[in-house]
Design a protein around this ligand. Structure first.
Ligand code: PEP
Ligand code: MG
Length: 546
């Protein structure tokens, strides 16, 4: 390709940006009147983030800014900082230290709270800056707009960016579901994350970034830029036209659903253009609890979600505890290999009652709301487990019962498993972890965990083939569902629902609306024939571009 792809990152916010590189190591400060005390600093930061939340153009961006604003007034954080101040520490050091302590506590509750931990440290730094009289971070100002290149960006720094000055963002760290990425999308700034080598680009060097493919080109070439922009315009037109239920161009229905983990997530998703919830991670409601929530408390939480979604599908996953999601009240035994230990549905080995109480709470919520929730179990590996779970769920009065396919054994034996239940939902995050023997918490193994790995795709295809024997529905609720081209591949294999973070949904809907089922089948064939994940990705990109 003209211009040459020189670096590859992960596509995080769509759009094409062309401009000179400007490195940014940390937000420089402007000097302002220091806050009088911690309470004053908290008020200032809350007001600033609140005002930015009001002005945010997307629901997701607003939700992130509101979360940050709430953290800046969080009684636990401020209480811990005040205790340190009373013990003689300077206010700005105290608030930073309190934030670090709070963040460590969140991290100990599992990798899913990594983003919240990142936010707490970020907000602690903002409070400290306000106390030191360094309130507003200023962007570099070389006099012309630029592409900002940084090791990483904190969410509150991203919230300050002005899209008239910052044409694009490239970070060496970060992730697609990070709050920084969500804010970049809400500001309409194209972004690449996990772009190794970006720090070596020369300041002032012209580059082109493609926030849809993740490519970074040096040597700006007019024809390349024009072709990328033409594709963006086409994508923009599709996005503007698409809405409503998901379907391929020739009308095969593919339900587009949201992944949620808190009541707030669910309420936000309910007001978006989604067909329901494909994965409610119920363990998120109780990650910081030392005692099991009682039936009434659980039922109230589930009923709130069912009410918000009305007639739309809501799939609750029963508690997925263990490994990356420790649940203190379950008192899981210490293990050398927790990802291979007592986790997910296996926690019933410690006594089935927690699961039975959860199923009873779901049934109570169903009765209270008059809705019919779907329920599924995580980490099911054998037919016996599927049968036992289905028996418990049906005995509780739940009618639509499924299993997650996250373990290769379940994918390979899906015909047998699905004889016992009504549907399957493929968790590609864990499926990749177990198929490639790569711990999903080890960032350096990212290329092994890539859901485009042909072995992972073979396992999804095996799941669909088994399900077809019983005419059972197969959905995908792992990260794979959020990648538009991979979504086409999954549909080509027989997947008929895709569940993802709501921000990713319009892109998936638009791509599916532009391809027919036969093309999806061809994409699935090409991806599975490829010798590697990058080869699968590029074969499908070529097919869908042609
Ligand atoms: C998965 O493993 O793909 C999945 C959706 O479950 P979780 O990410 O919560 O483990
Ligand atoms: Mg999983």
């Amino acid at each position: 390709m003209t211009g040459g792809v020189t670096l590859r990152g992960t596509a995080a916010s769509p759009g094409v940006a062309v401009g000179p590189v400007q490195h940014w190591d940390a937000a420089p400060a402007v000097h302002v009147e220091p806050a009088a005390d911690l309470a004053d600093a908290s008020r200032r930061v809350v007001d600033d983030l609140g005002a930015r939340a009001e002005a945010a153009v997307s629901i997701e961006g607003r939700a992130v800014l509101q979360t940050l604003a709430m953290l800046a007034a969080d009684p636990e954080l401020l209480g811990a900082a005040n205790a340190r101040i009373e013990a003689g520490e300077s206010p700005s050091l105290a608030v930073r230290a309190a934030a670090r302590g709070y963040a460590d506590q969140l991290r100990s509750l599992g990798s899913y709270l990594r983003e919240r931990a990142h936010d707490v440290v970020d907000v602690g730094a903002r409070l400290a800056a306000s106390l030191d009289g360094r309130e507003a971070a200023e962007l570099p100002n070389p006099g012309t707009p630029y592409i900002l290149v940084a090791a990483d960006l904190a969410p509150t720094e991203t919230a300050l960016l002005d899209s008239a000055v910052v044409l694009g963002i490239v970070t060496e760290l970060g992730g697609v579901t990070s709050h920084t990425t969500i804010l970049a999308r809400s500001l309409g700034i194209p972004a690449l994350v996990v772009c190794t080598g970006a720090s070596e680009l020369a300041t002032g060097q012209q580059i082109v970034i493609d926030g849809s493919s993740g490519e970074l080109h040096v040597q700006v070439d007019d024809r390349l830029v024009e072709s990328l922009r033409a594709r963006e315009r086409q994508m923009g037109d599709r996005l503007a036209r698409a809405g409503g239920p998901g379907a391929t161009a020739d009308g095969t229905a593919v339900a587009l659903l949201a992944n949620v983990g808190t009541i707030n997530d669910a309420l936000n998703a309910a007001s978006a253009d989604v067909e329901g919830v494909g994965l409610f991670r119920t363990e998120f409601l109780f990650l910081d609890r030392n005692d099991e929530p009682d039936l009434d408390e659980q039922a109230a939480a589930y009923a709130a979600v069912l009410d918000a979604f009305g007639d739309r599908r809501v799939i609750f996953r029963t508690l997925d505890a263990g490994s990356d999601k420790p649940l203190p009240f379950l008192h899981l035994p210490a293990e050398d290999n927790p990802a291979l230990g007592i986790r997910g549905v296996r926690t019933w080995m410690l006594g089935p009652s927690v699961l039975e109480r959860q199923l009873a709470a779901l049934a109570t919520a169903a009765a209270q709301t008059g809705r019919r929730p779907w329920v599924m179990a995580p980490m099911v590996a054998t037919v016996d487990e599927a049968e036992r779970f289905a028996g418990l769920a049906r005995a509780a009065g739940l009618t639509t019962v499924g299993v997650m396919v996250e373990v290769p054994a379940a994918a390979l034996r899906s015909a047998h498993l699905l004889a016992a239940v009504d549907f399957a939902s493929v968790g590609t995050n864990d499926l990749a972890q177990y198929a490639l023997a790569a711990d999903r918490q080890v960032g350096r193994l990212g290329s092994l965990l890539d859901p485009w790995q042909p072995a992972v795709l073979d396992l999804v295809a095996a799941t669909c083939a088994g399900a077809q024997q019983h005419r059972r529905l197969v959905g995908v609720c792992g990260e794979a569902a959020a990648d538009p081209r991979l979504a086409a591949v999954l549909v080509g294999m027989g997947v008929r629902s895709l569940s993802m973070a709501p921000v990713a949904l319009p892109g998936v809907r638009a791509l599916l609306a532009a391809v027919d089922l036969e093309t999806c089948c061809r994409a699935a064939e090409l991806a599975r024939q490829a010798r590697s994940a990058p080869a699968a990705r590029s074969a499908v990109a070529d097919l869908l571009a042609g």
